[in-house]
Design a protein. Structure first.
Length: 258
């Protein structure tokens, strides 16, 4: 009975947390027009969250594309279908790997810093000072960070996919000796924009960007305003956002690709 009771309590706590996150999202997004009044806040966050994340995104995409080319060649050459390495790489990146890996890397690099930043603002009473000056921190602090994250994650995912395909092309054509024309032609004939790129890259990455940034901001806001509290909130951000991304990837794959 205690085991069942514990499961019930955790389930109720999870549902309550999801409900609080929805309320938290609408509390931020209702100030959306403020971005047009202070665009510099949004641009600064795009630089902090997007531009500074480019090195790890591009390097990871390059190496993952290379690994996919090697693994695809090793398995496809047994059936005489090694010319389809480009197709396998593109479909794997567009449908699954690019959006998921980008979201996980973005969580570790950018979302953890968001949580620490919000927690530090609360610990040093910067958050309270904004409220005392009649400046709404939800629109001045949280809104630019949330919207910038939702915008930059799809862009980073597209760049991840592109550099991954280029890395795969280098391994397949320059290292393994496959025909470059056949690599591109088979890829072009197999990849469908709406099914593979729009659903697999754009839709998924927008959802993942929303999840990652919302978790990061909420954990920074509700976590303890101490050094240990900030450390725990940062860890919780990475763990929760990663799990939610993987769960959302399963649901979106089931819905979008049927």
């Amino acid at each position: 009975m205690k085991f069942i009771e514990a499961i019930g309590q955790k389930t109720i706590r999870l549902i309550s947390s999801l409900g609080d996150s929805v309320v938290f999202f609408f509390a931020i997004i209702r100030h959306f027009t403020y971005l047009f009044q202070k665009p510099s806040l949004f641009v600064r966050q795009v630089y902090q969250l997007g531009i500074l994340s480019l090195p790890i995104i591009l390097l990871s995409g390059l190496f993952i594309g290379m690994v996919l080319a090697f693994q695809g060649y090793v398995n496809l050459v047994r059936f005489g279908a090694e010319a389809s390495v480009g197709t396998v790489t593109a479909l794997a990146l567009f449908r699954e790997l690019a959006s998921v890996f980008t979201a996980l890397l973005y969580t570790g690099r950018a979302c953890s810093s968001l949580t620490a930043e919000i927690g530090l603002m609360r610990a040093t009473e910067q958050w309270s000072s904004y409220e005392m000056m009649a400046v709404d921190p939800y629109r001045y602090i949280l809104l630019p960070r949330l919207m910038a994250g939702i915008i930059v994650v799809p862009i980073l995912t597209i760049l991840f996919s592109d550099i991954g395909i280029l890395g795969s092309y280098y391994i397949a054509v320059d290292v393994l000796g496959l025909d470059g024309g056949g690599y591109w032609s088979q890829m072009q004939s197999s990849v469908v924009f709406y099914d593979d790129i729009f659903n697999g890259v754009i839709i998924k990455s927008i959802v993942f960007g929303l999840i990652c940034n919302l978790v990061a901001l909420r954990e920074g806001l509700v976590g303890g305003a101490t050094s240990s509290g900030i450390a725990n909130s940062t860890t919780a951000t990475v763990v929760k956002a990663s799990l939610f991304v993987l769960a959302a990837d399963f649901l979106l794959t089931a819905l979008l690709f049927k």
